[in-house]
Design a protein around this ligand. Structure first.
Ligand code: PLP
Length: 395
């Protein structure tokens, strides 16, 4: 009998930026028998979830939920607000802004992009200039991915809001909060966002498959005139399904899980949740900054004011394959990292530090990466994990 262990033992360490770790109590909550979605016991859970998600979004506005991943909510946001031939201004941030743009084009919406260097991030002055130039107000919506999961960079939404306000442009503001909600500070109403796009599988610590949009009164007014084709995602159809505002069978088990994940977030307190994400994100960055020595891997994001506290993309030195590092961490140490997306494939790996995570889990993932760098003969500065520990011990 061979003594070679082919399958790594021990807990699977999940350091992906989504889906994320699902807390045991959320798994237990989902694991229950089916219940009629008209049953008053379920209604209570369903209503509590709507109220809870609205508190996390910091909004008093309408919320629509869908069985579907984030792509579904993206499509809902565009199809409910726009008509064929309408123009949107899309702030380039990376792979996910590109994908949202592709979807808009497929829906026959014209996309005007504010181009950006993926490593440095979009210039808000360029957003303001694009709006100021649009004297005829052809732009119907400004679309922003709050936290670009592919690059590990966020865009400051209050600054985008200020740029729109400064020009007096009437465009709607649409924000994708898929990898920021429940991880980074987010305030729909205070930031005057007209439509938020969110999903279940990141900061909300649930499986993939539930997504949602929250919509301001200005957004609802625009919806009345929006002519893009839609049905499952149609807010008017949903509202007509009163009281449940949901088209089709409601995924009941999901809502039991969501109620528990909201309870966990609120038990910890949102400001503590954000502080924990900042601490863990900063620990990862400190490690990478040490590895960057000796011409090693470096932070993909070169704009310290926009470092994401939910995911860090690490760029490999020229001639070294990020996938080799992911293979080593996965097969040798049972640690799953995110890969590079689109044009960053093979160049970048991503460490997710959002959701149900604590210090030892992050340090475990960092240790696996540091070992993988050695094992793959990737030049790097030694002591990244020590730097992360030094920081966490003081933070
Ligand atoms: N937007 C962002 C910022 C994302 O990170 C993702 C997925 O990771 C999406 C949109 C697409 O969501 P989904 O994969 O759930 O369809």
């Amino acid at each position: 009998m061979s003594s070679t262990v082919t399958k790594p033992r021990g807990r699977h360490f999940f350091a992906n930026p989504g889906p994320t770790n699902i807390p045991d109590s959320v798994l237990r909550a989902i694991d229950r028998p089916s219940i009629d979605f008209h049953d008053p016991d379920f209604r209570e859970v369903y209503d509590a979830c709507f109220e809870g998600v609205k508190r996390v979004l910091r909004t008093e506005h309408r919320l629509f939920m869908y069985t579907g991943s984030g792509h579904g909510a993206w499509e809902a946001s565009l199809s409910n607000l726009l008509s064929p031939g309408d123009t949107i201004l899309l702030l380039e941030s990376g792979y996910f802004s590109d994908e949202w743009a592709k979807m808009a084009k497929a829906l026959k919406v014209e996309v005007r992009a504010v181009a950006a260097d993926w490593r440095h991030g979009v210039d808000i002055a360029a957003v303001k200039a694009a709006l100021a130039e649009d004297a005829t107000h052809a732009i119907k919506a400004v679309c922003v991915v709050h936290n670009e999961t592919a690059t590990g960079m966020f865009i400051p939404i209050p600054e985008v809001r200020a740029a729109i306000d400064a020009t007096g442009h009437p465009a709607l503001l649409l924000v994708d909060t898929i990898s920021s909600l429940g991880s980074l500070d987010f305030r729909m109403d205070e930031w005057k966002i007209d439509t938020v796009v969110g999903g279940s599988q990141k900061g909300l610590m649930l499986p993939t498959g539930l997504s949602f949009t929250a919509v301001s009164p200005k957004g609802m007014a625009a919806h009345e005139h929006a002519k893009l084709g839609r049905y499952y995602f149609d807010w008017t159809v949903m509202l007509a399904r009163n009281p449940q505002s949901f088209v089709g069978t409601i995924p009941v088990n999901f809502f039991y899980g969501l109620k528990e994940s909201l309870r966990l977030l609120e038990e910890e307190g949102l400001s503590n949740v954000f502080a924990r994400h900042h601490r863990l994100g900063e620990a990862v960055r400190r490690a990478v900054q040490v590895w960057a020595g000796n011409n090693g891997p470096q932070l993909f994001c070169t704009n310290p004011g926009r470092y994401s506290d939910s995911v860090t993309a690490v760029m490999m030195p020229e001639g070294h394959d990020a996938e080799a590092i992911r293979r080593t961490t996965r097969h040798r140490f049972n640690v799953s990292l995110g890969g590079g997306l689109g044009k960053l494939g093979g160049k970048v790996f991503r460490i997710g530090h959002l959701g149900d995570l604590n210090e030892p889990m992050v340090l475990g993932a960092l240790s696996a990466v540091e070992m993988a760098l050695r094992m793959n003969d990737v030049p790097h500065g030694k002591g990244g994990v020590d730097a992360a520990m030094d920081y966490l011990a003081e933070a």
